[in-house]
Design a protein. Structure first.
Lengths: 429, 287, 329
C-alpha cells in the first residue's frame, strides 16, 4: 500500500489515509451531534454577546458611527485619523456639543473595524446600521467607501468618507447620502497646482504620475483640467505604477525619460512610494520639483529618501505649529501632539467631517438624515476647522453640493526644515 | 538607448534583491522539505528587529545587522523544532501553522510599530557617477551582499561537510539517516541559516525601500516564483530564476502601465513553468 | 468486511439526520435573530461554505489548487460585469457565470494536469495571482482596484436581510446536495480511486486526466456560482476580496474543518467565520483569536474539527482496552 500512497503526492495523503480507515463513515453520527450542539451554542451565545450596546441615541448622547481600519494594511492611514477624530469629538463636547431645538447632544463616536478589505467594510457597515441603529457614519477612507453605498443609501444613513480618491461609488451621483467633508484628492490637487504655479512660475509642463487603483480613467482627465486651468500642461502619457510595486527605480527611470517636462505631478500616493520615486529620480541626477498630492507629512518622504533628495518636494499636509492655521485646527493639532508625540501624522480628515456635520445639523436643527441631507445641499458656504469653506463640486463629482472644499495647506522643505508653504484657496467646479 | 544602462542596473539590483530573499526559503525547502510560507514575515521581522537594534538602541547598522541575524536564526531553530518538525511531510498542517505565524507576527508588529513609516538607517550613503551612469552606493551594496551570500551558500553546500550532509538529506532522507547523519540537527541548522538569510534581506530592504508590517506579503509571492522557477533541489538555479524574474519586473513596467505589467509578468512565469514543469534546474519528478 | 457494511448503513442513516437537523435550525433562525448584522454574516457564511465544499471536491481527485478565491472572483466579475454592462438579469448571469468559470477551470486544468503535486499547487497559486492582477488591470470594465459598483441586485431593493438569507441558505443546500451526490456516485468514487493510484487506474483503462479535469470543472462551477451570488448580494465587488489571502482563508476552512470528511469544510467555515465575529470587540487584537484557533486545531486535532468525535471515541476505547488488559493479566 505504501508505494501506491506515496505516488499520489503528499498533498492528498492525509485524506487518502482517512478514506482507508473509514473515518468519514463512522464519525458522522457523533460529529453530527457535536456539530448541532456547537451550532446551537453559537446561535444562542452570539446574539446575547453582540446585543450589548444597541440602545439608540438617548436623550443627551448622539452616537455617530466610525468606520476605521484597525487591522490590515490601511491601519497606518486610519488609526491616527481616528485618534484625531476622537480629540475633535471631545473638543466639540467641551464647546457644548451639538444643540438641536434647545437640546444639547454630546457626541459619542462608535468605531468599527473594517479590516482593510471591502468585505470588512460591508460587515462593519451592516453592524453599525442594522445592529447599532446609527444614522451617521464617519469614514471609511478612499475606494472602500464604495462598499457602504448599497447598505447606507437604502437605509438613509449619511456617511462622510475620510478621503475620496475619485473612484466610482465614493461620492457621486449614485450616492445620495454620501458627503465629502474634507479636502481630498481633487481639492489637494487644485491646491497643489496653485502652489506649483506660484512657487515655480517657470514650470509649464509636467509629468503626470499616479497609482493604478481604479481611479486612473476618472482622475486623469480631472487632473488635466485642473492643471490646464492654472496654465500648466501634461506632457507624455500618464505614468501608472502597480499597487504591488516593490522597486520604484523603473518608474523613476520612466519619469526621467519623459523629456521636456519641468516638474512631476503625482496624484493618489502614499509617503513610501513618493520617497522611493524621489530617491530614484535624484539618483539619476533628476532634481525636478515634485508635487505629491497627499495629506501625509514630508517626514515620511524624508524617512525613505533623505533630506537632500526631498528638496523641491512638496505635499498637501498640515504642519504642526503653523501660525497661519485656523484656531480650531490648531487646537486639535496641539492636543494631538501633546497626546501622541510631535511626529504623529496629522490628517484631521475625520475631524473635518465631524465639524462639518455639526454645522449642518445645527443649521437644519434636526437629527433626521433626510433633513440634514437637504440642508447640506442647500448651503453654499460652511465653517470648517480650517476656516470658511465652500460647498461645491457639482460638475466634477456629478452631484449637487455634496463636497466641502477649504483652503489647502502646503508643506515644503526649506533650509532643511519641514515648514508650511502657505494656504491655497480651493474651489471645486 | 539611454534607457539601457539604467535598465540593466535595475535588473541587477532587483535580481539580487529577489535572490537574497529567496535563498533562505529555497535552502530550507531543499534540505528539510519545509515549505515555509512564513518566510515573508520572518523577512519582515528581521527588518523590524534590525530597526529596534539600530534606531531604538542606537547601535551601528552593521552591528545591528549581526545581532538581528543571531536573534532571527535562533527563532528559526525554535520554529523548526516546534512548528515544522511535528508536521514534517504534512503539507496541509505546515501551511496552517505558517498562516497562524503570519497572522500573529503581522498583527503584533502592526500594533507595536505600525503607526509610523519606519526605515532602517542606510548602510552606505552617496551616489556613484561614472559618465552617464549613476547608481547609489546603497544599491551596489545590496547587489554585492546578495551575490556574495549566494556564492558563500553554494560553496558551503558543495564543499563543507555540513553542506554535503544537507545535500544528502535533500536527496533521500532515510538513506541519509542510515548513514548516520543527524537529520534533526541539520534541519535545525538549515532553518537557522534560512531565517538568518531572510533577516539580512529584511534589513537591507528595510534600508532600501523602507519597512512595513505587510512587506512580507509582496515578497512571499516573489520568493515562491523564484523558488519554483529555479526548480526543486537546485540552489544554483536560484541565481538564474532571480535574474529572470528581475528582468521581467524591471523591463515590463517600462512598456506596460500599472497592474497589467504584474498580470503579464505572472503569465510569463506560468508559461515558462508549463513548458518546463520541473523548473529551470529542478529534478524530474516521477510520474 | 462487516465493518464496511455497517458503515454503509450508518452513512445512510446519519448523514440525512445531520443535514436535516442543520437545515431545520438554520431555516428557523431568522425568527430568533432579528439583527440584520448576524443574518448578513450567515448569508456570507453560506456562500463561503459553497466555495469551501467545492474546493474539497477538487481535492479528492488528488489535486490541490491554490487559486480557488480567484475562480470565485471570476464568477463574481463575469456575472457582475454582464449584469452591469450588458444589462442582463442576475437570474441569467449567475448560472452563465458559473458555467463560464467551470469552462475556464477545465481549460486551465488541462495543461496544469501535467504538473505534479507541489508544482501544481504553486502554479495554480500564480494563476490565482495573475487573475487578481488582471482584474486590477481591467480599467473601467472591472473598476480596477477600486472595485466594480452598480451591480444589479438579485432581489428587488429591500432593507430587510431576511430574503437574501433564505436565498443564500437555499443555494447552499442545493450545492451541498449536488456536490455530495457527485462525490459518492460512481464518478466520484472513480475519482478517489484515480487519486489513490494512477497506475492501477490507468491499468483498468481509466483516463486519469479526464477525471481530474472533470473534478476541476465541477468544483469551479460551484465556486463560480458562489462568487456570482456574492456579487449580486453585495452589489460592490473588489479584487481584494479574491486575492491570494482569500484563497488561503478558503484553504483554512477546508483544512481546519477536516479535509477527510464531507462535512469538514462546512464546520470549518462556520467556526472560522463565527469565532472572529464573536471576538470582534477586541478590535486590533482580534486576529490573534483567529491565529489561536488555527494553532489549537493544528496541534490537537490532526483530522480537523470534523475528526473530533472520532478522536474522542478512540481515546475512550483505548482507555477501556487498557483496563481490560490489566484485568486479563
Amino acid at each position: 500500500m505504501v508505494p501506491l500512497a506515496a505516488s499520489c503526492g503528499e498533498l492528498g495523503l492525509m485524506e487518502i489515509k482517512e478514506i482507508k480507515r473509514g473515518y468519514n463513515m463512522k464519525s458522522m453520527k457523533s460529529s453530527s451531534i457535536i456539530s448541532i450542539i456547537i451550532l446551537v451554542g453559537w446561535m444562542v451565545l452570539l446574539p446575547i454577546t453582540a446585543n450589548k450596546a444597541s440602545a439608540q441615541s438617548e436623550e443627551k448622547t448622539l452616537r455617530i458611527g466610525e468606520l476605521v481600519a484597525l487591522t490590515g494594511f490601511f491601519s497606518i492611514r486610519d488609526i491616527p485619523d481616528a485618534n484625531e477624530s476622537k480629540i475633535a469629538a471631545d473638543l466639540i463636547n467641551e464647546m457644548g456639543g451639538i444643540t438641536i431645538n434647545g437640546q444639547k447632544y454630546l457626541i459619542e463616536l462608535v468605531p468599527e473595524d473594517y479590516k482593510s478589505s471591502m468585505d470588512g467594510v460591508a460587515a462593519a457597515t451592516n453592524r453599525l446600521v442594522y445592529d447599532k441603529g446609527l444614522k451617521f457614519i464617519i469614514g471609511p477612507t478612499a475606494f472602500f467607501a464604495a462598499a457602504t453605498g448599497p447598505i447606507c443609501d437604502p437605509n438613509k444613513v449619511i456617511r462622510i468618507p475620510t478621503w475620496v480618491v475619485h473612484s466610482p461609488g465614493e461620492v457621486d451621483s449614485s450616492t445620495p447620502y454620501a458627503f465629502l467633508g474634507c479636502n481630498a484628492t481633487v481639492a489637494t490637487a487644485i491646491g497643489m497646482a496653485e502652489y506649483l504655479k506660484q512657487a515655480y512660475p517657470n514650470v509649464k509642463k509636467v509629468t503626470y504620475v499616479t497609482i493604478d487603483d481604479g481611479t486612473v480613467p476618472h482622475m486623469s482627465s480631472i487632473a488635466e483640467k485642473i492643471l490646464n486651468d492654472k496654465g500648466i500642461i501634461i506632457v507624455g502619457k500618464p505614468i501608472v505604477y502597480s499597487n504591488d510595486t516593490l522597486d520604484f527605480s523603473p518608474i523613476a527611470a520612466k519619469i526621467n525619460a519623459n523629456k521636456g517636462t519641468d516638474a512631476v505631478f503625482h496624484v493618489n500616493c502614499v509617503g513610501p512610494q513618493v520617497g522611493n520615486i524621489v530617491k530614484g529620480l535624484r539618483e539619476l541626477g533628476n532634481n525636478m520639483p515634485y508635487a505629491a498630492c497627499m495629506p501625509t507629512s514630508l517626514t515620511e518622504v524624508v524617512a525613505v529618501a533623505g533630506k537632500e533628495a526631498t528638496k523641491d518636494v512638496f505635499v498637501g499636509a498640515i504642519t504642526a505649529g503653523d501660525p497661519d492655521m485656523a484656531p480650531l485646527a490648531t487646537e486639535i493639532c496641539k492636543r494631538t501632539i501633546a497626546q501622541y508625540g510631535s511626529d504623529y501624522t496629522l490628517y484631521l480628515t475625520g475631524a473635518d467631517g465631524l465639524w462639518d456635520l455639526k454645522q449642518v445639523m445645527e443649521k437644519a436643527q434636526s437629527l433626521d438624515p433626510t433633513v440634514v441631507k437637504a440642508t447640506w445641499e442647500s448651503m453654499d458656504t460652511i465653517e470648517t476647522i480650517f476656516g470658511t469653506g465652500t460647498v461645491c463640486g457639482d460638475e466634477i463629482f456629478g452631484i449637487k453640493h455634496h463636497v466641502v472644499a477649504h483652503p489647502q495647506p502646503i508643506q515644503i522643505l526649506k533650509d532643511g526644515k519641514i515648514v508650511s508653504g502657505g494656504w491655497m484657496p480651493v474651489y471645486i467646479p | 538607448m539611454e534607457q539601457l544602462v539604467p535598465t540593466l542596473t535595475n535588473i541587477l539590483v532587483l535580481s539580487s534583491m529577489y535572490i537574497l530573499v529567496a535563498l533562505g526559503f529555497v535552502l530550507l525547502f531543499n534540505v528539510a522539505g519545509i515549505l515555509n510560507f512564513a518566510h515573508g514575515v520572518i523577512y519582515m521581522l528581521g527588518g523590524y528587529i534590525g530597526f529596534a537594534f539600530s534606531v531604538v538602541c542606537g547601535l551601528n547598522q552593521w552591528l545591528a545587522l549581526l545581532l538581528t541575524v543571531i536573534v532571527i536564526a535562533s527563532f528559526g531553530v525554535f520554529l523548526e523544532r516546534f512548528c515544522f518538525r511535528p508536521f514534517a511531510g504534512d503539507f496541509n498542517r505546515t501551511v496552517t501553522i505558517c498562516i497562524a505565524i503570519i497572522v500573529i507576527l503581522e498583527t503584533g508588529v502592526n500594533i507595536i510599530g505600525g503607526t509610523k513609516i519606519l526605515t532602517f538607517p542606510a548602510f552606505v550613503e552617496g551616489i556613484l557617477r561614472i559618465g552617464h551612469v549613476s547608481v547609489s552606493h546603497e544599491r551596489i551594496v545590496t547587489f554585492a551582499i546578495g551575490a556574495a551570500l549566494l556564492g558563500i551558500i553554494i560553496w558551503f553546500i558543495n564543499r563543507t561537510k555540513w553542506g554535503q550532509q544537507m545535500q544528502a538529506i535533500s536527496q533521500d532522507i532515510e538513506a541519509a539517516a542510515l548513514q548516520g547523519i543527524n537529520v534533526h540537527r541539520i534541519s535545525a541548522f538549515a532553518s537557522a541559516l534560512g531565517c538568518g538569510l531572510a533577516a539580512i534581506a529584511g534589513c537591507l530592504m528595510g534600508a532600501y525601500i523602507g519597512l512595513s508590517p505587510f512587506m512580507g506579503d509582496f515578497m512571499l509571492v516573489k520568493v515562491l516564483i523564484v523558488a519554483i522557477l529555479a526548480g526543486v533541489g537546485s540552489i544554483g538555479g536560484v541565481f538564474f530564476a532571480g535574474l529572470v524574474l528581475g528582468a521581467i519586473d524591471a523591463i515590463l513596467p517600462l512598456f506596460i502601465s500599472g497592474a497589467a505589467s504584474s498580470a503579464i509578468a505572472v503569465a510569463i512565469v506560468i508559461v515558462i513553468l508549463l513548458i518546463r514543469p520541473q523548473g529551470l534546474f529542478g529534478h524530474e519528478m516521477e510520474m | 468486511m462487516s465493518e464496511s457494511l455497517s458503515t454503509r448503513d450508518g452513512k445512510k442513516l446519519t448523514k440525512p439526520a445531520f443535514y436535516a437537523g442543520l437545515m431545520i435550525i438554520l431555516s428557523l433562525l431568522p425568527l430568533f435573530i432579528s439583527q440584520g448584522y448576524m443574518l448578513h454574516i450567515l448569508t456570507l457564511t453560506f456562500i463561503y461554505i459553497i466555495a469551501a465544499v467545492s474546493l474539497r471536491t477538487i481535492t479528492i481527485s488528488g489535486q490541490f489548487p491554490l487559486a480557488h478565491a480567484a475562480f470565485m472572483g471570476m464568477g463574481a466579475y463575469l456575472s457582475g460585469m454582464a449584469s452591469k454592462w450588458l444589462g442582463w438579469s442576475p437570474w441569467l448571469t449567475i448560472p452563465l457565470a458559473a458555467l463560464m468559470t467551470a469552462g475556464i477551470g477545465m481549460l486551465i486544468g488541462y495543461p496544469f494536469a501535467r504538473l505534479r503535486a507541489l508544482y501544481y499547487a504553486m502554479v495554480s497559486l500564480f494563476f490565482g495571482i495573475g487573475v487578481t492582477q488582471a482584474i486590477y488591470a481591467g480599467g473601467i470594465w472591472t473598476g480596477g482596484y477600486g472595485g466594480l459598483i452598480g451591480i444589479s441586485p438579485l432581489l428587488p431593493p429591500t432593507t430587510s436581510k431576511v430574503p437574501y438569507y433564505y436565498l443564500s441558505l437555499g443555494l447552499a443546500m442545493v450545492s451541498i446536495i449536488a456536490l455530495y451526490r457527485f462525490e459518492f456516485c460512481r464518478i466520484g468514487t472513480t475519482l478517489k480511486a484515480v487519486a489513490q493510484s494512477h497506475l492501477a487506474a490507468s491499468s483498468v483503462g481509466i483516463n486519469e486526466a479526464w477525471y481530474r479535469i472533470l473534478a476541476m470543472g465541477v468544483g469551479c462551477f460551484f465556486v463560480g456560482l458562489a462568487g456570482a451570488a456574492y456579487a449580486h448580494y453585495n452589489l460592490v465587488i473588489s479584487g481584494t476580496s479574491f486575492n491570494f489571502m482569500a484563497t488561503l482563508w478558503l484553504v483554512m476552512y477546508v483544512l481546519i474543518g477536516g479535509i477527510g470528511h464531507f462535512a469538514g469544510p462546512i464546520i470549518g467555515t462556520f467556526i472560522l467565520i463565527l469565532i472572529p465575529e464573536f471576538f470582534r470587540d477586541l478590535k486590533t487584537y482580534s486576529p490573534f483569536i483567529y491565529a489561536g484557533t488555527l494553532i489549537i486545531v493544528v496541534y490537537l486535532m490532526p483530522q480537523g474539527l470534523a475528526g473530533l468525535p472520532q478522536m474522542v471515541r478512540s481515546w475512550f476505547t483505548e482507555h477501556r482496552k487498557d483496563k481490560r488488559t490489566v484485568h486479563a493479566a
